[in-house]
Design a protein around this ligand. Sequence first.
Ligand SMILES: [Zn+2]
Ligand SMILES: [Zn+2]
Length: 257
Amino acid sequence: MKLTFLGTGTSSGVPVIGCSCKVCLSSDPKDTRLRCSALLEIGDQVILIDAGPDVRMQLLHHRIQRIDSILITHSHFDHVIGLDELRPFSWHYPMPLYSDIPSFKDIKRVFEYLFNNTNIQIGGGLTQFIPHTIEHYQEFSIEKTQILPLLVMHGRLPITGYKIGELAYLTDVKTLPQKTIDSVKGVHTLVLDCLRLKKHSTHINLEEALALIEQIQPQNTYFIHMNHELSHQEWTDLLPPNVHVAYDNQQLNIPYL
Ligand SMILES: [Zn+2]
Ligand SMILES: [Zn+2]
């Protein structure tokens, strides 16, 4: 299966509006970090993980013709606010949307006009989703693809990570329950939050990320959700050989089984 990092930045994106630090002014394309989102192509299935405020440009950049399903990690702005940008796809078919129950409640509140069918005018064409609520550690399948939702603690907020074949996608992590660590142990590719060098209340920093890698023992790790503190090159210089800092538009081939 192929993973494309559509965005690898923290909630503000990089460059940050109004910031003139060296990373925000960098001409290296690897220092532009749109909001976190990823595209998975497995056989003929195209799965989108999260749809933040940059999703329209991300999908146009890659000329994505089709999304078969959407997986949501949690309902913060930088992960869901672009859901209604997917409207052109739903002119052709409604899109299955997989989310944990608390995130789905928030999505329904934010996009009330899409889900409240007592009070709508159909004329403009509404984005149509087929909601599927998921439970942590209860495997489900999209066509032939098995997906395991994992509990991730984003500070005090329980959110969702996903294990799909030999990929574990864990964004917005502060701590991981032992059951999640056991579920992803030894995985081929771990995609992991790593906000910055200093500690933060709801995201892991480099030191905490390296400690989780020590426990999980993945073959390769790719950091996402970085802020503007370090450039891609500065991150790369700090990391051991099998730990990488992901960059926007990077593509990886990952074994499914
Ligand atoms: Zn986030
Ligand atoms: Zn900056």
